[in-house]
Design a protein around this ligand. Structure first.
Ligand SMILES: [Mn+2]
Length: 317
């Protein structure tokens, strides 16, 4: 019998899996990938009696593969906070899904294991950009200022590492990050002594400063759009830089458009924190998808950027 752990390559996915396996140790075959590679269940070829545990990847986007896995006679345990669309009624699947906007998969796993090693779930709140919540949880946990700052840096740097187009753009493949965590055991702060972590933090800082030096493509009172060139740093930093923009001005929405090699744009949209609605629907109108708070478009035709700019202005006015 094989146990598969399939998880998103961002902080939320990797840390949720780690906290689960600290509480419920299991020999597993691990599958992960860059953040945008959501259809990870396509890689699972299970047999009858296998267990497939899924964390932080959309059920809606993997539904066909969940069905295929269930038909093979395997069991599925599903932890996630994205909109699942239609659930599957089958005796061999257990859902732990909570789409509350302040949920992370790490926090869902945290309650599943009754808060054992809770600190890992706080890092997922930083990683998924719930700063106010993360600070609250850190205070309740009794973390001092220094420890809280370090935990935030850990959450952000590992999240930053998940945004490349392919694993080649990343400094460390998600499975390598996951192995580093296993090395740390229960001690989340031990991450800061690893070489991978220093590499992530120094590149994170340098990509952030490159991004901060770019001129906005369009700016109005409630929103800003940036256009980044097709370079590795752009693909790595676009998500984190978007989070940074909306955190620094809570009335501001933003969009980051990165040029793809085929003359299209990959766009990441964030609604403002004070009015967190509209990102997903805006992206859907241009063939993308997402939630109220955040959305994305993978291939916007070059000529449609002006149309996108106008719609962005209307949605966030
Ligand atoms: Mn997540």
């Amino acid at each position: 019998m094989v146990n598969y752990d399939v998880f998103n390559g961002d902080t939320d996915g990797i840390f949720a899996r780690h906290q689960l396996r600290l509480a419920i140790p299991l020999d597993t075959v691990n599958i992960s990938g860059v953040k945008r590679d959501v259809n990870l269940l396509r890689h699972v070829k299970p047999a009858k009696g296998d267990l497939v545990t899924v964390m932080d990847i959309s059920h809606a986007k993997n539904r066909k593969d969940v069905l295929r896995i269930l038909e093979s006679g395997a069991r599925v345990e599903y932890f996630d906070h994205h909109d699942p669309s239609e659930l599957i009624d089958h005796p061999n699947i257990t859902y732990h899904i909570d789409t509350d906007p302040h949920m992370t998969t790490g926090r869902i796993v945290d309650s599943h294991v009754n808060g054992k090693n809770h600190i890992w779930a706080i890092a997922t709140a930083f990683g998924d950009n719930h700063f106010d919540l993360a600070y609250e949880l850190a205070t309740a946990e009794g973390l001092d200022h220094e420890k809280t700052k370090l935990l935030k840096e850990i959450g952000l740097a590992i999240n930053y590492n998940s945004y490349g187009k392919t694993e080649k753009d990343l400094f460390a493949a998600p499975l390598l990050v996951s192995e580093m965590l296993e090395d740390c055991g229960e001690d989340v702060f031990a991450i800061s002594e690893h070489e991978i972590f220093s590499t992530l933090v120094s590149n994170f800082r340098s990509d952030m400063s490159t991004a901060s030096c770019q001129e906005p493509y369009s700016i109005h009172e409630k929103g800003v759009i940036y256009k980044f060139p097709d370079e590795e740093w752009s693909h790595r930093i676009m998500g984190t830089f978007g989070n940074h923009l909306v955190n620094s001005n809570k009335d501001l929405a933003c969009a980051i458009a990165v040029t793809n090699s085929d003359r299209t744009y990959r766009i990441s949209v964030r609604s403002s924190l004070n009015n967190p609605y509209g990102a997903g629907n805006l992206c859907k109108a241009f063939g993308g998808g997402g939630r109220e708070k955040a959305g994305g478009i993978n291939n916007l035709e070059e000529g449609d950027l002006d149309k996108f700019k106008n719609e962005f202005g209307k949605v966030f006015s």
